[in-house]
Design a protein around this ligand. Structure first.
Ligand code: 8YV
Length: 312
């Protein structure tokens, strides 16, 4: 019998097909009574495929006594208890590198879309307002002071792109990168104060919101917040208030606290650009991410170390 794999959420048809060729695939999302399904099939499940934001709860891992590998279709590990996985000897794998460019592209795209009012302009044309109503001028992106929270692979790719737009780049990270031509700042508030565009590219592993009312006030009424990392890095109520009160200029958001729920107050704000957590959602990248999942599972079941395991 081929090893049993649990898909917590749907994957691309091509990946689903390839998984089904090699493994006995259980699609949990097709079963409304998840606990009942896991009581019946959980004991045999050796591998899990899940998304970055979704992860897998510790309670669910406890329902899977034979679990050996959790493959995350993404780079965020914040929705998996890694310490628990390590204790049980469960591999947790991610899909690094292949999504870096897409995520960085979307960060810059959101910054430009927000400052230049791309969605507003699009609505203006489609609504038949061109030639009938005035449209306010937008704001420039090139040359803006960009602050990046988290200078990992994605943060660095954003920095490179921002620099190509003549933006002076500052960052905060766990450490200073003396080999890079960007300004290191050791204090979050100071970074926000010095930035016109503040980009969140940090992991959310410790679950804390780092952008609160004080950070938003430090960013200030001409500042724009871009988040392509995790919604929980931001106090969403404080963000909505700051936008409503004009205490920051705008926001470009790909991620939210309680996806797919997006605070309704944001829906009508012209200075906000919203995306449905799509930073890595291109055909090319999702195909490459799928291949990494297949490679990790194949390695594990061949008795080798899964190449992108973060737990061993
Ligand atoms: C994915 C992500 O959209 O990399 C991550 O951590 O959140 C995204 O790339 C997500 O994992 C959905 O599968």
């Amino acid at each position: 019998m081929s090893p049993a794999i649990l898909l917590i959420s749907p994957v691309l048809p091509e990946l689903d097909r390839q998984l089904a060729e090699r493994y006995t695939v259980h699609r949990l999302y097709q079963h409304p009574d998840r606990d009942g399904y896991l009581r019946e099939h959980g004991h045999g499940i050796a591998g899990v495929v899940t998304g970055g934001a979704l992860g897998i709860s510790t309670a669910m891992m406890e329902q899977l006594p034979a679990l050996k590998i959790v493959t995350i279709n993404g780079i965020g590990t914040d929705a998996v208890d890694l310490a628990y996985a390590r204790r049980r000897g469960i591999h947790v794998t991610t899909t690094p590198d292949v999504l870096t460019a897409d995520v960085a592209d979307l960060a810059i795209g959101l910054a430009i879309a927000t400052l230049r009012g791309l969605c507003t302009g699009d609505r203006y044309v489609r609504g038949g307002d061109w030639g009938r109503k005035p449209l306010a001028l937008a704001n420039k992106f090139s040359g803006k002071r960009v602050g990046i929270v988290g200078l990992g692979r994605v943060g660095k790719a954003i920095a490179r792109r921002a620099a190509a737009f003549d933006c002076p780049v500052s960052y905060i990270d766990r450490r200073e990168h003396t080999d890079l031509p960007y300004q290191y700042v050791s204090d979050l508030l100071q970074l926000a104060r010095g930035s016109e565009v503040l980009v969140l590219a940090a992991s959310a592993d410790d679950g804390k919101a780092i952008v609160d009312a004080a950070m938003l006030d430090a960013l200030g009424p001409k500042g724009v917040l871009i988040n392509i990392a995790r919604g929980k890095l931001v106090d969403e109520d404080a963000l909505v208030q700051a936008l409503q009160q004009g205490r920051i200029a705008g926001a470009g958001l790909d991620v939210f606290v309680d996806e797919p729920h997006v605070p309704e107050a944001l829906w009508t704000m012209e200075n906000v650009v919203l995306q449905p957590h799509r930073a890595s959602a291109t055909e090319e990248t999702r195909r490459d991410m799928g291949q990494i999942i297949l490679d990790n599972l194949a390695a594990y079941f061949a008795g080798e170390r899964p190449p992108t395991s973060v737990t061993a």
